[in-house]
Write a protein that binds this ligand. Structure first.
Ligand code: IDP
Length: 140
């Protein structure tokens, strides 16, 4: 399988509960390597732009408020089949449906405050990486 890069966010609910290390361990144990990583406090414009695809959904306002409430960690993960692997390690959007051992099963509070974001396809991975990182910040 090809080496890929994907984009990941450790969301405010997880950063607030001091779970950065435990979540990074799950990614690293799965063979995903953080090649760029920074802690930021997203602006409203960034959150609305990043989640623009969801702007007609009923939960959009709540999602934006949650994402700007406190800092997040944005990162680029690299590894074999990284896009799907990241989604596997994250678990289902709703933690009630997430498989044992996944990040969302172990740490998510609710369908909204679900601890992590991960790109769902090669095109979105490339766009989302560019949204938060310059090429010279990717140090694979
Ligand atoms: P994903 O994060 O698993 O890819 P998406 O359907 O793309 O899931 O939704 C993006 C984010 O929007 C979710 O991670 C979650 O934080 C939030 N979200 C999705 N569905 C709901 C909902 O029904 N209520 C509240 N928030 C939701």
């Amino acid at each position: 399988m090809a080496i890929e890069r994907t984009f990941s966010i450790i969301k405010p609910d997880a950063v607030r509960r001091n779970l950065i290390g435990k979540i990074l361990t799950k990614f690293e144990d799965a063979g995903l390597r953080p090649i760029a990583l920074k802690k930021i406090h997203m602006t409203r414009a960034q959150a609305e732009g990043f989640y623009a695809v969801h702007k007609e959904r009923p939960f959009f306002g709540e999602l934006v408020e949650q994402m700007i409430a406190s800092p997040v960690v944005v990162q680029v993960l690299e590894g074999e089949g990284a896009i799907l692997k990241n989604r596997d390690v994250m678990g289902a959007t709703n933690p009630a449906n997430a498989a044992e051992g996944t990040i969302r099963k172990d740490f998510a509070l609710s369908i909204g405050e679900n601890s992590v974001h991960g790109s769902d396809a090669p095109e979105t991975a490339a766009e989302e990486i560019k949204f938060f990182f310059n090429d010279d910040e990717l140090v694979g």
